[in-house]
Design a protein around this ligand. Structure first.
Ligand SMILES: [Mg+2]
Length: 179
């Protein structure tokens, strides 16, 4: 079986810009490109998993999200197919959630499709919904501090479930290297 890493985008790999719709705004969180390469070299299958309610809200199109993702990969000098799959949950928050985090559905579908061992996989993100997604999917979780400030409640949620809290994605990958 394979080990998977499900990576939140906004606040984890790039800053959280709130409804990002302009590829030119994108910057990469320092060190993330090399950390992604390291995680891949460790044998993890990498998935991008992003809630993009801006699409469901009608703020921007799915094509815009694809353009932003491509710009992010370009800035990191990573190939177009670097992520095994890009999982985008575009529902409006008022809609019945299907794929939107904290729904575990994307992770469960990817696990079945790509033969992932969820006990050895992680969801990494900067928000409570990322941690809840990990818990709902039965996979490991990790909280990074590169997004908007989060409450003590989020930190406690992580710690109570044995999920690590990290300064950034780079520190998380350093932990993976030490496993
Ligand atoms: Mg985020």
């Amino acid at each position: 079986m394979n080990r998977g890493l499900f990576l939140d985008r906004d606040g984890t790999l790039i800053p959280d810009y709130d409804y990002l719709d302009d590829p030119e705004l994108i910057e990469i969180v320092p060190g993330v490109s090399d950390a992604l390469r390291s995680a891949s070299a460790l044998g993890y299958s990498l998935f991008l998993f992003s809630n993009q309610s801006g699409v469901g809200r009608g703020f921007f199109s799915l094509e815009t999200v694809h353009a932003c993702n491509q710009r992010m990969l370009d800035l990191m000098n990573l190939p177009k197919d670097f992520f095994i799959e890009i999982c985008l949950a575009t529902e409006h928050p008022d809609e019945e959630p299907v794929y939107r985090k904290p729904s575990p559905r994307f992770i469960l579908e990817m696990a079945a499709k790509h033969d992932l061992d969820l006990n050895l996989s992680y969801m990494v993100g900067d928000k409570m919904s990322d941690l809840e997604t990990a818990a709902n999917a039965g996979t490991g979780g990790a909280l990074v501090k590169t997004g908007k400030p989060f409450s003590e409640e989020v930190c406690s949620y992580a710690k109570e479930r044995g999920m690590g809290v990290f300064d950034d994605f780079v520190s998380f990958v350093d932990k993976l290297k030490a496993l």
